[in-house]
Design a protein around this ligand. Structure first.
Ligand SMILES: [Zn+2]
Ligand SMILES: [Zn+2]
Length: 229
């Protein structure tokens, strides 16, 4: 008999932007965290019920509407606390209603987090403990959630299979993003990850083939010696 892994997950793409709302749970306690509830909550809550899980935490990687537009309603419906992102994303959280309207979604709401998260913090889910890593660049307050014992992370819009997060938004910063990926994610080893959009991948695969941050590409990038670092 093989042993049950400590966590399991399912991924539900939500909103017109097909954002990967990710439900992770502790298999010992069936306590679940909903990561980045952008919207479309009914089918996700139905699936959680069908699997016999209870919603214990709401985790937010960053303040973009497609990731966090359903957080306020989800907290009201489940009573679960919201953890994340980092407070540098407050201006994005404030803009969720207007961003939602831009996507044609009227019911996206701003929210108040129960806990800002910082680099090196841990969050708990049932009997599991997750590391929080602050990864600015796509947004200044972006965090990721890493479960080291499983070699798994939800990385939001920091890194995608074959791509990286956009940095052309207000307070986006390309150099910060590359630093976050190569100096904070790569040292974690070969982690399987769910990105904010698109299919899963692994850090090793991206180090081999990602056109923006593969070891070959990054090795060729000249260090930035000008301007503020
Ligand atoms: Zn984003
Ligand atoms: Zn996104």
């Amino acid at each position: 008999m093989s042993e049950e892994p400590p966590i399991r997950l399912f991924v539900a793409p939500v909103t017109p932007l097909q954002q990967n709302c990710t439900v992770v749970w502790c298999t010992k306690t069936n306590k679940a965290a909903i990561i980045d509830p952008g919207g479309d909550l009914d089918p996700i809550l139905d699936e959680i019920k069908r699997r016999g899980l209870t919603v214990d935490k709401i985790w937010i990687t960053h303040g973009h509407a497609d990731h966090a537009g359903g957080a306020a309603e989800l907290k009201e419906r489940t009573g679960a606390p919201i953890e994340g992102p980092h407070e540098d994303d407050q201006f994005w959280i404030d803009s969720i209603p207007s961003m939602g309207q831009r996507y044609g979604i009227d019911d996206m709401r701003s929210f108040t987090t129960d806990r800002w998260l910082h680099d090196g913090d841990t969050v708990t889910l049932g009997e599991t403990t997750w590391d929080v890593i602050h990864c600015p660049g796509h947004t200044p307050g972006h965090v990721i959630f890493h479960h080291a014992p499983s070699g798994f992370a939800q990385v939001g819009d920091v890194l995608f299979k074959g791509s990286i997060g956009r940095t052309d938004f207000p307070r986006g910063n390309h150099a910060d993003l590359i630093h976050s990926i190569t100096q904070k994610l790569w040292p974690l080893g070969d982690v399987q990850f769910v990105p904010g959009h698109g299919p899963m991948s692994s850090f090793n695969l991206e180090r081999q083939s990602n056109p923006f941050v593969s070891d070959r590409v990054v090795g060729q990038t000249k260090p930035n010696t000008q301007g503020p670092g």
